[in-house]
Design a binder for this molecule. Structure first.
Ligand SMILES: [Zn+2]
Length: 321
């Protein structure tokens, strides 16, 4: 690999340079400025792409990515880093939960997207073709949305191709987050990291923080994790301190609401539950139970919605096996 110019849209960084700026992205007739950092190392190495804010209400990842962009030193990096700290600016500005306002779609169900699709699908396609596809390794940072709490975790999907999966496993093991959800790619569509994996790019989803706040602890977890992965990929000198061994979960089970109502959980994120455990209920405003929630499997409560208001079909919580 030779040193080369690094570019996204109209933004270009020559070797040894850090360039930041807004790239105008047009999707379904709407043009939105997208903030991008290009960190082009002075010497050869892989290209790492980092995105955050695919969901507009997940704040620690946005702050972590922005800090990475502001602090990475091109002279100290072997390879290139592309950072998109707020990958869904329309959802970010509108403080939208789950979906992007112009068409009400979840961006992380649309990848690799379609150039001729509705706004969210066309936006996904632009990001995929212009940002994600140039990656030799990809990290998409998330967290709990404004109404979600979670235990920090990473997730990735096995492609069955050792040259891809071995790299992704090393990324997950070096990030510094203990809980890893590792599943087969087959049948999974629409998510950034699944679409990237399908294109042969080692891709990691990382999650920390939630409930509409950006706490330093979660920012630190996400930011340092990227630095650890860069070191593991040989892009920087080795990281001084070791990370705890990961706990690999072969899957997770999501519970969803079957009614509009009020959510009264009896467990919190981080709780270990046995199959059959009473997890709480969805009730109407009169207090009558509409749906009793029983753990279908044993495992760790990885994620839980903290909103009292609940809609038919909404996720309630997830149990990692
Ligand atoms: Zn998310």
């Amino acid at each position: 690999m030779k040193t080369r110019n690094l570019s996204v849209g109209t933004l270009v960084a020559s070797p040894g340079m850090v360039v930041r700026g807004l790239v105008d992205v047009s999707a379904a007739g709407l043009t939105v400025p997208l903030p991008v950092f290009l960190v082009n190392g002075a010497t050869d190495g892989p290209t790492l792409v980092v995105t955050a804010g695919i969901h507009g209400g997940e704040y620690p990842c946005v702050e972590a990515a922005a800090r990475l962009g502001r602090t990475l030193d091109a002279a100290a990096i072997r390879g290139q880093v592309v950072i998109v700290p707020s990958a869904n600016p329309v959802a970010f500005r509108s403080r939208s939960i789950y979906v992007t306002p112009p068409d009400g779609k979840n961006l992380n169900r649309e990848f690799p997207g379609s150039a001729g699709g509705t706004f969210t699908s066309a936006w996904a396609n632009w990001l995929f073709e212009n940002v994600i596809r140039q990656a030799d390794a990809y990290i998409d940072m998330h967290g709990g949305d404004m109404i979600e709490a979670l235990v920090p975790f990473t997730a990735w999907n096995r492609t069955g191709r050792p040259e891809v999966d071995d790299v992704t496993r090393r990324m997950a093991e070096s990030y510094g987050i203990v809980h890893v959800v590792e599943r087969d790619l087959e049948g999974l569509f629409g998510m950034t990291h699944a679409a990237a994996a399908r294109a042969g790019i080692p891709a990691l989803l990382t999650e920390a923080g939630g409930q509409g706040v950006w706490d330093e602890g979660s920012v630190e977890i996400l930011q340092t994790g990227v630095l650890r992965v860069m070191a593991r990929l040989g892009m920087t000198d080795p990281f001084a301190d070791a990370v705890d061994p990961v706990i690999v979960h072969p899957g997770w089970t999501w519970l969803r609401s079957e009614h509009d109502g009020l959510f009264y959980p009896k467990v919190s994120v981080g709780d270990m539950v046995q199959a059959g455990r009473d997890l709480g209920r969805v009730a109407d405003v009169w207090g009558d139970t509409l749906q009793s929630l029983v753990a279908p499997v044993a495992g760790l409560v990885l994620f839980e919605v903290t909103s009292l208001a609940m809609n038919d079909g909404d996720p309630l919580l997830a149990i990692a096996h």
